[in-house]
Design a protein around this ligand. Structure first.
Ligand code: BT5
Length: 273
């Protein structure tokens, strides 16, 4: 049965208001009915001086953005789409961890909901082979210094007919039950804030822990992959590990062959190893 989008409930704004004990204190959530893209909106707010921890949630996003000018599409009332403004006090060389730790936090929250989720490097969250959540982290320069816009889109209530591409899935399809979008939002916001705080408090032990946790959650390791690199070239081989700086290490020409560490790229899982 296809749910009627008209009867899909809106996000519960009372649970997202300041001071709600369910939410970690250093988050300020604003909910809007509809917006083109929460990343664009939060980037604008960052330029205007907004503080770390601002979250803009769109009940519906009309021009959601993916990476590399791709689009992110979800019908009204079916998704969780938001962006968080962060002003991380960590050295710039560590910023590449931010999209990875966001993917890890979203994966953790989805796993806690009872699904066998995993992170496809760098930061897609999959259930089985299908994408349930996408993440777009952008760096913007602001008068107060560099800021990160962490955008997350999670497919919650999309039916099979509503999936924009056949590589997508939703929480309701996978769990075969109704899922409350506000529950998902609260869970994921807290997971991201917690992961970011631990990372920002920094130090060697926290980076080692993050590296280990991410590598354990990353379903790309052990797979044969094709990686489209930013310079237009293509790398094919077996993904063998995530290195200490979060790069994907690919063995080309067999597991004893040359190893290439990839910092950015689009990965296709070719087949199960
Ligand atoms: C992403 O890009 O996966 C990042 C998506 C980030 C979306 C959030 S929503 C809140 C915030 N505000 C924004 O404007 N964006 C962020 P990428 O890896 O480039 O994947 C994009 C591709 O995924 C598209 O080209 C489609 O093939 C596919 N796609 C589009 N919508 C999808 C969906 N709802 N579920 C799964 N796949 C989708």
């Amino acid at each position: 049965m296809t749910p009627d989008s008209a009867v899909r409930p809106p996000l519960d704004r009372s649970r997202l208001a300041d001071g709600n004990p369910e939410l970690m204190p250093d988050l300020t959530v604003e909910v809007v009915d509809a917006l083109e893209s929460t990343n664009v909106e939060v980037a604008r707010r960052a330029q205007d001086g907004a503080s770390d921890g601002l979250v803009v949630v769109a009940d519906h996003q009309t021009a959601g953005r993916g990476r590399l000018d791709r689009t992110w599409e979800t019908p009204p009332g079916t998704a969780v789409t938001f962006s968080i403004l962060l002003r991380p006090e960590v050295p710039a060389r560590l910023w590449p961890w931010l999209p990875l730790l966001t993917g890890y936090a979203v994966d953790k929250a989805i796993t806690a909901a009872g699904l066998d989720a995993g992170v496809k490097w760098p930061n897609d969250v999959l259930v089985g082979e299908k994408k349930v959540a996408g993440i777009l982290v952008e760096r913007v320069d602001t008068p107060q210094g560099p800021a990160a816009i962490v955008g997350v889109g999670i497919n919650v209530g999309l039916t099979a007919d509503e999936l924009p591409v056949d590589t997508a899935t939703s929480l309701e399809i996978e769990l075969d039950r109704t899922v409350d979008r506000t529950d998902v939002l609260v869970e994921v916001l807290n997971a991201i804030r917690e992961a970011v705080d631990a990372w920002e408090m920094g130090g060697e032990p926290s980076s080692v822990r993050l590296h280990e946790s991410y590598a354990a959650a990353c379903v790309t390791v052990g797979r044969d992959v094709r990686v489209d690199l930013p310079d237009g070239s293509v790398l094919e081989g077996r993904a063998v590990e995530i290195d200490a700086s979060g790069q994907l290490v690919v063995a080309v020409g067999g597991t004893d062959g040359e190893r290439r560490a990839v910092a950015a790229g689009d990965v296709v899982h070719v087949r199960t190893a």
